[in-house]
Design a protein around this ligand. Structure first.
Ligand SMILES: [Zn+2]
Length: 305
C-alpha cells in the first residue's frame, strides 16, 4: 500500500499536463485585430476561448505592419474578429497569407463587429485613401465607447455561437454578467462627467467622437489636418487661436501620437495635453475594457475640472 502512493503521485504528474493540453486544445481559438475586441471576447467566451490580438494597445491600429508572425497566429484560428469600417483592413493581407479557409471573408469564422453600429463622421463627399484620409467610411473608433459594448458583444456572441452552438447559452450568460458590471461602471462615469457637459476638447487624431458624444462633450478641433494627415503649421496656428478664443483646456493625445508636438500646442494655448488609452492596454493600468474607460474618464474629468 505504501508503495502505491508514490506510484499514484507519479501517475498524476504524468497525466496532469495531458489534461491541461487537452483542455487548451478544446478551446475555441480566436484572433482579434485590436485588443478592445480581445478584452470583450474574453468576457463573452471566458473559459471556452483562447484569444490573441494582432495589434497591441499602444499601436496605431490604422497602420499595422503585416508580419509573418501575424499570419502564423491566423493560420490556427477558428475565428477572426475584426473592427471593420476600414480601421483594420490590413488584416485582409494577413488572412491572405495565412491560408486558413475558416476565416476568409464570407466564412462563418469571420466576424465584423461593426454590424449594427450607428457610424459617426461619415464623409459627405467620397473620400478614399489616395487622399490620405484614414476614415473613408466614417469614424471607426467606436470600440471604447461603453454604450457600444452591447452591440459589439452581441456580434461576438453570435460569432462564437456559430462555431460552437452548444455553448450559446453560456456565451449569453457571460455577456449579460459583463453588461451588468458595465452598467454599474456607466453610472460612475456618467456621474464623473455630468458637471462637465458641453465642455469642448481638442483631439490629436479624431479617435474620441463616440465617447465624447456619449457623455455630452464636444470635439472642437483636431491637430491632424484630416484623419491620418500630419498637422501643418498653418492648421496648428488656427487651432491655437481657436483654443484661446474658446478657452479650451484639454488636448486628448493617443499613445502613438507626437506628445511633444501636442504639449507645445497646449502650452501655447494655455491648455494641457492628456494621454488617454486609445485601446485597451494603451496606458499603464488600462488592461481591461472597464479599466481602460475608467482611466480615460478619470483623466478627462481631472483635466477639465
Ligand atoms: Zn482613426
Amino acid at each position: 500500500m505504501r508503495r502505491a502512493i508514490p506510484i499514484l503521485l507519479a501517475l498524476c504528474a504524468l497525466i496532469a499536463p495531458l489534461v491541461l493540453a487537452v483542455s487548451a486544445a478544446d478551446k475555441i481559438r480566436v484572433v482579434t485585430t485590436i485588443p478592445d475586441l480581445k478584452a470583450l471576447t474574453e468576457e463573452v467566451g471566458a473559459k471556452l476561448v483562447d484569444v490573441e490580438s494582432l495589434a497591441r494597445g499602444t499601436q496605431n491600429a490604422h497602420e499595422l505592419e503585416v508580419r509573418p508572425s501575424l499570419m502564423l497566429k491566423l493560420r490556427r484560428a477558428d475565428i477572426l474578429i475584426e473592427n471593420g469600417l476600414d480601421l483594420d483592413s490590413w488584416a485582409e493581407v494577413a488572412v491572405q497569407g495565412a491560408n486558413n479557409s475558416k476565416i476568409v471573408r464570407g466564412a462563418p469564422g469571420r466576424v465584423d463587429v461593426s454590424r449594427g453600429i450607428q457610424v459617426l463622421d461619415v464623409p459627405g463627399t467620397r473620400v478614399d485613401r489616395s487622399m490620405g484620409d484614414v476614415h473613408p467610411l466614417g469614424n471607426p473608433h467606436y470600440s471604447l465607447d461603453p454604450g457600444m459594448a452591447p452591440i459589439i458583444t452581441q456580434n461576438i456572441a453570435d460569432g462564437l455561437a456559430r462555431f460552437a452552438p452548444e455553448h450559446r447559452a453560456t456565451f449569453e450568460k457571460n455577456r449579460q454578467a459583463f453588461l451588468a458590471r458595465l452598467d454599474e461602471a456607466m453610472a460612475r462615469w456618467t456621474k464623473a462627467l455630468e458637471p462637465l457637459k458641453g465642455a469642448k476638447v481638442v483631439v490629436y487624431h479624431p479617435q474620441w467622437i463616440y465617447i465624447l458624444h456619449r457623455f455630452g462633450l464636444n470635439q472642437a478641433a483636431a491637430l491632424e489636418d484630416r484623419p491620418g494627415i500630419p498637422a501643418s503649421p498653418a492648421h496648428l496656428t488656427r487651432v491655437i487661436r481657436q483654443m484661446k478664443e474658446e478657452r479650451i483646456k484639454v488636448i486628448i493625445v493617443e499613445p502613438w501620437n507626437d506628445l511633444k508636438l501636442a504639449t507645445r500646442v497646449a502650452d501655447e494655448a494655455g491648455a494641457r495635453a492628456v494621454v488617454l488609452a486609445s485601446m485597451v492596454g494603451g496606458v499603464k493600468g488600462a488592461d481591461s475594457y472597464i479599466a481602460a474607460i475608467d482611466h480615460n474618464v478619470n483623466a478627462l474629468a481631472q483635466a477639465l475640472r
